[in-house]
Design a protein around this ligand. Sequence first.
Ligand code: ADP
Length: 211
Amino acid sequence: MKLIFLGPPGAGKGTLAGLVSKELGVPQVSTGDIFRDAIKRETELGKKVKQIVGRGDLVPDDLTVDLVRERLGQPDAARGYILDGFPRTIPQAEALEAFQKLDAVVNFTIGDDAVAARLSGREICKSCGAIYHVANMPSRVKGVCDKCGGPLYTRPDDSLESITNRLEVYKRQTEPLIELYRKKKLLRNIDSSKTPEDTLAQVRTVLGYRK
Ligand code: ADP
């Protein structure tokens, strides 16, 4: 299955993409993770995008599209994938359409207040990328990943200033994709305001598979 997970920052795309990718046996392709990894390893790409990502602005379309095209050309993505955080602009969506045929776009919906609350308490594992929340989904041991024992950290772009900017960028640049995919009859809306388990159950239903 070739899928896009769409929704505002904090809607739970990343958490759900991780869960669904395991159940379907297809890779999760997260452009945010790719950029964060490049920044951490201080690669050429990382140096180029560090400031942009830190502010919560979007990386230029051509750079992002090339990266995704390269990633989707890898053998493990031939059978399917979950795109998490891409496309985020109309030009990205058009570029993708030129070389991939999608099966569905899952749109995670949630109110602005809930989004801000989720993002401001978020913690990420430095080693494996697992996502936690200090109040809603804490790790068993404070600051330590349940899955791999790695250290947890707060993303620099989860500062209040960046969060506000990311939400604005989402509304201006990414929200128009909802209409685009609705017209193409690919859109599947999900209410992601409750728990990850509840959201996962809805995803299974709209995609028509069982655990
Ligand atoms: P979130 O959905 O929580 O905002 P992501 O991990 O998806 O975060 O993305 C983090 C940052 O990486 C974005 O704010 C942006 O700077 C950059 N980024 C990720 N995906 C894209 C994309 N498709 N186009 C441009 N920039 C992107």
